[in-house]
Design a protein around this ligand. Structure first.
Ligand SMILES: [Zn+2]
Length: 336
């Protein structure tokens, strides 16, 4: 979840491939004519988050012909597709990992456009949905799927009830969206549909897709139900929102800075066994080097050695290519 727009400017400044004019290629090179109109009609002479698009990192990957213009689909590994939603501020990325016998869909995005037909165009295997955590931008398409494996945690149970328009409708207003929305979807009716979890997963479980095995690693902090998936043989770690090249959110309702620090330490211990981090916003991969950097960052914050700026009651600590937003000591988490 990247809910607070207050930090959008910081995100632009810190994200790899910054938002500054001249850094971004003209979006029309990659996007459809309809999308161009949406860009040109908005935000003239202002720094828009979408000026960073298309992000250069994606050019390294083969783009797959998608069945819905809302999504961009890329093959980021021979067995893994990234399903990216660049039309919305969250720029969230879901991942389809295709084994020999079954497939796993890690997160289902915003629920703005229908995801299941896109997944059906990529694999005919049975698909199990697993959520990296249950913030709204990772569970929006859950309702479209029959098999969902989830974490047995009250936070996750509550989010499985969905979110009404009154809670999430604003996520489609103003400059949160620049791409044309799918027909029939707008800020007045957007909601997160409820869904049913039919299998529980927990720390240490191994999900065997045939030829690829994914270990569940509990990594609370950003949210209490955050998990990572570790492909030990493939030397890659699916991060969810635990790490990406943008502000890491440790200040939300349900966030816990101490838990986040402990998770960062646990994950950093795995760094020698990992080459690539697979990240769920903006751009799809990061070097595993950043596991150590993230651990060091949380240590520096805990030891009061990190510089910060205070914005609307939260502290943003800047590090190289990412930042951490945390509540001030002895304060309650942000309520959104
Ligand atoms: Zn999140």
């Amino acid at each position: 979840m990247r809910v607070s727009r207050l930090f959008a400017a910081a995100l632009c400044a810190i994200s790899a491939g910054s938002c500054g004019p001249g850094d971004s290629q003209p979006a029309k090179e990659k996007l459809s004519a309809g999308s161009d109109e949406a860009i040109e009609g908005r935000g003239a002479d202002t720094a828009n988050w979408w000026d960073a698009l298309p992000r250069e990192e994606w050019s390294a990957y083969q783009r797959v012909l998608e069945s819905d213009p809302w999504f961009e689909v890329y093959r980021v590994f021979p067995d893994t597709y990234a399903i990216y939603e660049p039309g919305h501020f969250e720029e969230v990325i879901s991942f389809l990992i295709v084994g020999e016998t079954r497939a796993l869909l890690l997160d289902t995005g915003l629920g703005i456009a229908r995801l299941r037909p896109v997944i059906a165009s990529l694999t005919q295997l049975d698909v199990t949905v697993v959520n990296s955590h249950t913030h709204y931008d990772h569970i929006g398409g859950n309702y479209e799927f029959d098999r969902i494996a989830g974490v047995d945690h009250p936070f996750a149970h509550a989010n499985a009830n969905g979110a009404p328009n009154g809670e999430v409708g604003d996520m489609l207003r103003g400059d949160w969206v620049w791409k044309p929305l799918p027909r029939g979807v707008d800020a007045t009716n957007y909601k997160i549909n409820p869904y049913t979890v039919n299998e529980f997963i927990a720390d240490g479980d191994v999900i065997d897709l045939g030829g690829v095995r994914l270990e569940v690693i509990a990594a609370p902090g950003h949210s209490p139900d955050s998990i990572c998936l570790f492909d030990r043989q493939g030397r890659r770690l699916f991060m969810g929102d635990v790490f990406y090249f943008a502000p890491l959110y440790a200040h939300l309702e349900g966030s816990d800075l101490a838990d986040y620090k402990a998770s960062a330490e646990k994950l950093a211990a795995l760094q020698p066994e990992i080459d690539t981090l697979i990240t769920a916003h903006n751009a799809p991969v990061a070097d595993s080097f950043y596991l150590g950097r993230m651990r060091d960052a949380f240590t520096a914050i805990a030891e009061n050695r990190a510089d910060f700026v205070e914005t609307d009651g939260a502290r943003e600590y800047a590090f190289e290519n990412f930042s951490i937003i945390a509540p001030p000591p002895d304060s309650s988490p942000w309520l959104n």
